[in-house]
Design a protein. Structure first.
Ligand code: SF4
Ligand code: SF4
Ligand code: SF4
Ligand code: FES
Length: 955
């Protein structure tokens, strides 16, 4: 079962974690001498010498526990037989791992285990991948003297409640690996060992099954279990894999590396890659288990066309679909002008696909009407960090958090949105780092097992900038500025202006307390904590960007980091947690209407000249339309055609009614996707998209890390998305040709200075690389702005707090804010088609008990939510996570219509919608809203038009 890519992921288990120390010791294992860092276990030293000591309770992702007694060794000069996993090496130690006595003891231990273990190896789902089976072979077990008739656990009932894995206590050897994995790796503390001695068994919660317990289905325990006790259901169904391919998760911006375990063309398991630089062998429920959507029967695998959106679809050949789209686009341009069509790319697509779509729009459509879904999430990050620091990206690696002394989380919910990084952050917090949470809602991090935020600044939605200014006020007026850093690294005049501004009494925590709702004393204490931390690191998410002052807040965060010298080294920095897998990449690839790849403005003659020469066309120098401008132009009749790859604008963009009205005005909408999503219901051409399992390419995660996506099976629709874009370009009269996505990356590397050193060969060699990767940094750049900022001197910006126009009043007295949940991803098109829906079958409205009581609302009631834009109906959940006056929902289900109520307000600089602040009223109701009823009717019609499509025989 050799790893196909050579990147590992299936390698040696060294038994205990690696230790880092400048002090080394020399040890001899079975006559082999080696030097290892102080703190290394005998077991690990032996493994490093190539000697595998039998083991069951040890594995190198977990701290040693010393329970199975299989790993005993003899050490010269010591009495007895110490466990090699819990014994640390000493200088000059001489270890013997194989002696007749040790062999005897180990066989005895194995006899005991096997006497209480079902003898069903041949039919067991772990057959061929079971450490107990392996160890029985290794120790040479030939008989079980105790027999199998004694007291045992063989009749224990199996727990199959979790949708993705089973727990069979009859096979448990009580090695505790699962319990430690849940504590150390995941940080959920869902498992315990119940009872003592012979009666002891693993238990999720108090007499609960896995599904009802605290378990979040990350799979770490399943991964750690050495037997078939915890076993993936997919392996039970399909059997063990026959080959493996390393690839990258297609969900969130953590960008976890996975080993796709394959049996022929069938994915049988997705295992987090131990060598993955972003995840180090950990995963969350989405990447680990929620991949079944890729083979869901809803997948559309043949191109389709129709004249009008009220017509039934007609399956056609790829050629016919592409010609139909190109003819319509050309006709529209002839009638309405060159700028009447455009494209939208997705942060779910690869870098190569995003690059090609913007190239198609610029070179074949002849305009700059290209935008990305980052418009509606992190466009303020791009703008704000470029202005202040000089680069539109986060400054650190994820691993940097392990050096942070104070962690500030603003408007992000890492345990749900970025779960693997959330677990890493929790590990650092359990080690003693301090935590400040700035969030209107009590997210899990505020209080979870062994973690309690030092300060939770529970602000009113929409007042981020006021809180940041108040924090800055304290730092400036209490002498907490890192003057030396600022003097050396930042523009003096801009700093002086900012300092004067924040020092003003109007920015004091006391003056802003009424607006923010945060006690001034808490702001003062939090500011002191962050500013006087050895290393202070800020992590933020959409709770920062999706505001009318999103860009202002990003700049305010950069100001805070610069003022306190918390930038340019490990453990500090400004870290945007990107929502989707390739948000960073789609922005890097020039998907904005004003920027060519590498964040260079289209009006820059020199840069444009380089692209004109490479692409052989003349490029438009005026920026094109942003997504909201496309809708406006559609409504005024000047924008008529759209190519939308991998993005569902109808569900994800704000003010759904407005978006739909715009879509209905278009004469040619081409959607390329896996499913008939909400946008495709308004389309004239449907091109089958390829899932991440069906294509080669790269994703760039939130730490600028470029990782390979590898094809493990052929595209169900016959072509990768990049090939379809190429065909459309050709049909539009612009000939692009690539044989493989690696050639697209080569072109990107030629044209984008921060990518000059990136190639598929480099990625094979290094596993992944963080840009800038070029002649100055051939192996990439884990930490940015070390010696100087990318823009030279860091620039402070005055960040005046301007309250949003979205005001509460008597008619709309509550503020609705939105977020995401662990089990679902974005518009939910993928996760809703997996068993993740078992945890979250619908979006619900969280409401504080006071607000609920005032309105007579109880848990589970239908409630109507009305805003100035529209209204919808959801089930209510009464929750003290909320503060009075604020309600919350997620947006993963189209029927919820979360965006029917969000407004057109947006960030002043980037038009990123203000999803996080909508004034609403909530009332008890008995039936879905009018919009929901219309949605149901329209969706049923569209489903019918799909079902009754005119089909063609296989092409
Ligand atoms: S469930 Fe697996 S990992 Fe947990 S104690 Fe039992 S055998 Fe060990
Ligand atoms: S799946 Fe994850 S959260 Fe659930 S019990 Fe296992 S380790 Fe804990
Ligand atoms: S969804 Fe995010 S955290 Fe979960 S496995 Fe995928 S990349 Fe990792
Ligand atoms: S592996 Fe050392 S005691 Fe189990």
């Amino acid at each position: 079962m050799a790893c196909q890519c050579g990147n590992g992921g299936c390698g040696t288990d060294y038994g205990t974690p690696a230790r880092v120390s400048e002090q080394m010791v020399e040890v001899e294992v079975d006559g082999i001498t080696l030097t290892v860092p102080v703190g290394t276990s005998v077991m690990r030293a032996a493994a490093e010498a190539g000697v595998q000591i039998p083991k069951l309770c040890a594995t190198d992702s977990l701290e040693p526990f010393g329970s199975c007694r299989l790993c005993l060794v003899e050490i010269e000069g010591r009495r007895g037989y110490p466990a090699s996993c819990t014994t640390l090496v000493d200088n000059g130690m001489k270890v013997h791992t194989q002696t007749p006595k040790l062999a005897d003891i180990r066989r005895g231990v194995m006899e005991l285990y096997i006497s209480d273990h079902p003898l069903d190896c041949l039919t067991c789902s772990a057959n061929g991948n079971c450490e107990l089976q392996d160890m029985a072979g290794v120790v040479g077990l030939r008989e079980v003297r105790y027999g199998y008739e004694g007291e045992n656990h063989l009749k224990s009932a199996k727990d199959t409640s979790n949708p993705y894995f089973t727990y069979d206590p009859s096979k448990c050897i009580v090695c505790n690996r699962c319990v430690r994995a849940c504590e150390e790796t995941q940080g959920t503390f869902a498992l315990t060992i119940d009872s003592r001695g012979f009666a002891s068994r693993v238990s999720p919660g108090q007499n609960e099954d896995f599904f009802d317990s605290e378990c979040v289905s990350c799979g770490a325990c399943v991964q750690a279990c050495p037997t078939a006790t915890l076993m993936e259901k997919s392996i039970i169904v399909h059997g063990q894999p026959d080959h493996r391919v390393v690839t990258t998760c297609a969900y969130c911006g953590v960008g976890c590396s996975f080993v796709a375990e394959m049996k022929g063309n069938q994915v049988v398991n997705m295992v987090p890659n131990k060598d993955g630089h972003a995840n180090h062998g950990h995963s969350c429920v989405k990447g680990r288990f929620a991949w079944g959507y890729a083979s869901h029967p809803d997948r559309i695998t043949k191109p389709m066309i129709r004249e009008n959106i009220t017509d039934a679809w007609k399956e056609v050949s790829w050629d016919e679909a592409i010609q139909f789209a190109a003819n319509r686009f050309k006709g529209i341009q002839a009638k309405y002008g060159k700028g009447s069509i455009g494209g939208i790319v997705s942060s779910r697509c690869t870098n190569e696909e995003d690059y090609l779509v913007q190239k198609l729009v610029r070179a074949a459509f002849g305009n700059n009407n290209v935008d990305t879904c980052a418009r509606v999430c992190h466009s303020p990050t791009g703008y704000g960090l470029k202005q202040t620091l000089g680069e539109s990206a986060g400054t650190q690696t994820f691993d940097s958090v392990m050096q942070a002394d104070v962690i500030v989380v603003i408007g992000a919910n890492p345990t749900d949105g970025h779960p693997v990084f959330g677990s890493q952050m929790k590990r650092r917090l359990r080690e003693g780092a301090k935590l400040i949470v700035v969030d209107p809602r009590a997210i899990d991090l505020v209080k979870s097992p062994h973690i309690k935020a030092d300060y939770h600044l529970k602000l009113r939605p929409g007042t981020n900038v006021a809180v940041a200014n108040a924090l800055s006020h304290v730092i400036v007026t209490e002498g907490l500025v890192d003057e030396a850093f600022v003097a050396e690294r930042c523009e003096p005049q801009a700093f002086a202006d900012w300092k004067n501004f924040v020092a003003d009494a109007s920015n004091s925590p006391e003056a802003l307390e009424a607006a923010t709702g945060v006690p001034a004393a808490d702001i003062r204490a939090a500011a002191r904590l962050y500013a006087s931390a050895g290393n202070g690191a800020i992590y933020y998410g959409l709770g920062v960007t999706e505001h009318s002052q999103g860009s202002t807040m990003v700049m305010a965060i950069a100001n805070l980091a610069m003022a306190t010298g918390n930038i340019g080294r490990l453990g500090v920095g400004v870290n945007p947690l990107r929502g989707q897998n390739n948000v960073q990449g789609s922005c890097d690839m020039g998907s904005f209407p004003h920027e060519l790849p590498g964040y260079r403005h289209v009006s820059d003659d020199v840069v444009r000249g380089e692209f004109e020469q490479a692409w052989g066309v003349t490029l438009e120098k005026e920026p094109g339309l942003r997504i909201p401008n496309m809708f406006e132009a559609a409504l005024d009749g000047s924008y008529k055609g759209l190519y939308c790859q991998g993005e569902d604008i109808v569900q994800s963009d704000p003010n759904t009614q407005h978006v739909i009205a715009a879509m209905e005005q278009m004469e040619c909408v081409v959607v390329q996707d896996l499913f008939l999503n909400e946008t495709a219901k308004y389309a004239h051409v449907f091109l089958p998209g390829a899932s991440f399992l069906e294509k080669d390419g790269t994703f760039t995660n939130a730490e600028r890390r470029i990782s390979r996506v590898r094809k493990v099976k052929e595209p169900l629709g016959g072509y990768g998305d990049w090939e379809a874009t190429m065909m459309l370009a050709k049909a539009m009269g612009y000939d692009m040709h690539y044989d493989h996505p690696s050639q697209i990356m080569d072109e990107i590397a030629r044209l984008v200075p921060t990518f000059h050193g990136v190639s598929y060969d480099k990625l094979e060699q290094l596993g992944s690389v963080q840009w800038p990767c070029n002649e100055h940094a051939p192996d990439g750049t884990p930490i940015m702005h070390i010696e100087e900022f990318v823009r030279g001197k860091g620039k402070f910006f005055v960040t005046r707090y301007v309250p949003t126009d979205e005001k509460v009043n008597q008619r709309f007295p509550l503020i609705l804010t939105t977020g995401r949940i662990l089990s679902h991803y974005n518009v939910g098109a993928q996760t809703r088609r997996t068993n993740n829906s078992a945890w979250h079958p619908e979006d619900i409205l969280e409401i504080h008990p006071h607000d609920a009581e005032e309105r007579g609302i109880s848990d589970g009631d239908w409630v109507g939510i009305q805003s100035r834009a529209g209204d919808t109906v959801l089930h209510a959940k009464v929750s003290t996570r909320m503060q009075p006056g604020v309600v919350y929902t997620t947006f993963h289900h189209p029927f919820s219509g979360a965006n029917v109520i969000t407004t057109d307000n947006s960030d002043w600089a980037t038009n990123c919608p203000e999803y996080k602040v909508t004034a609403v009223q909530v009332v008890k109701v008995t039936q879905p809203s009018d919009w929901q009823q219309r949605y149901r009717q329209f969706s049923a019609q569209q489903d019918d038009l799909l079902k009754h499509r005119e089909t063609v025989k296989a092409q």
